[in-house]
Design a protein around this ligand. Sequence first.
Ligand code: SAM
Ligand code: SF4
Length: 472
Amino acid sequence: MQDLKVLSPEEIKGLDEPRISPSQNQTDYSKKIYLESYGCQMNFADSEVVTSILMEQGYSTTSNIQEADTILLNTCAIRENAEQKIRHRLQSFKPLKAKNPHITIGILGCMAERLKNQLLEEEKIVDLVAGPDAYRDLPRLLEEVEDGNKAVNVFLSREETYGNIEPVRMHTNGVTALVSIMRGCNNMCSFCVVPYTRGRERSRDLDSILKECTYLFESGYREVTLLGQNVDSYHWQNPETKQSVNFAQLLESVAQLNAELRVRFSTSHPKDITNEVLHTMAAYGNICKNIHLPAQSGNDRILDLMNRTYTREWYLERIQSIRNILGESCGISHDLIAGFCSETEEEHQDSLSLLEEVKYDFGYMFSYSERPGTPAEKKLSDDIPEEVKKRRLQEIIDLQRIHSAYRNQLMIGSVQCVLVEGDSKKSSAHHFGRTDNNKVVVFPKKEEMKGEFVDVKITHCTSGTLLGELIN
Ligand code: SAM
Ligand code: SF4
């Protein structure tokens, strides 16, 4: 999944930083698309589907906004600041639009779905709005804009999985790839906008997932991350044989494709992660021993208000099962929200004590942001002052940083199998890669080894990175 390091508030903000689709070096068609992606890994995977659909229609992509005919922003709505960022970005397009009134500006993804037509009224610069299930319709929507109209499609589907679309890999290192296995979410956590922006849960067919992973392996990729809001509730039924496939079975099928293909997955909901999944992970050396298990809070009253459907005790039992079945070295990460509605100081202390009890390798930590239309917005009061939320968040981040450093120190002296992803960001004399339990390792480069599995002895660490030397 993402880099294993403790994030400062600035870095957490950085998670919302966009990534720009590079030029795909295709035939230089007249219509050029510039696409920026914000938010979660699902959005980045979706942008690869969008690019595929548009390139199929003869569009090309560019990383130079100045030469674009169409600017698309694939957006996130999970917290208010994610939407503010998009609105600011739209302001910055005004000079471009003034210079070239024919340029098309489109909003895709969760913010498009949440605001629908309202977005066209509030942001006059926007010509096109397309929700996460409307990407096949993008060529028609773009034509509608060319005809001088505004275009909107925010229909949420119960079936769409884009299963038959081969994503165009962008931002790729040629070694690791995201593979979407399901869409939507049925969980209705009271704070969360995802069920409203991404619709009902549906699982992609097994054959198309296996085909995509096989193709990736044959193209030189050595790691796939199976993606969904709640991967453990993957459930697909073969329409011909009526045979059902659950997540453990899917995981096993992907792992069996080739022992040289590493398999990761994200995200697991604590109520759904079964011992069957954990035993499947234990049985295959190429299924990475790392689990992202969002907690959200360490207090039962708050978990109930959040409608997470588990208790602290249940959550800790799942952590114990992970450690029993997969061992102490299995990487475990979390999501935690500070300052949810009516959270008392004692209840906040329960979140800190949960961190203390688990000592996670890594965490994504947020202060609560009320989202319009969610059950929490309708029924609860967002009554924790911003400065209190901020202070509680900082306490959580500070403690997580200590635990990340602790977990990394435990690895000093060990030899780790590292999949090399490329050069270290700071120095081309160093390679960087990841361990099985998803820790970033930097080590001096001897020769070009991108895409290879190598043994690295861990010699030093920071709270975010392991440092080591190549052996043999
Ligand atoms: N499906 C995953 C799960 O159940 O844990 C999480 C998906 S959500 C895109 C990622 C994280 O954003 C959540 O785990 C939660 O911690 C955080 N989040 C969601 N809504 C939020 C809100 N209104 N305010 C603050 N953080 C929020
Ligand atoms: Fe949101 Fe909960 Fe679904 Fe995760 S499981 S996407 S937090 S509603």
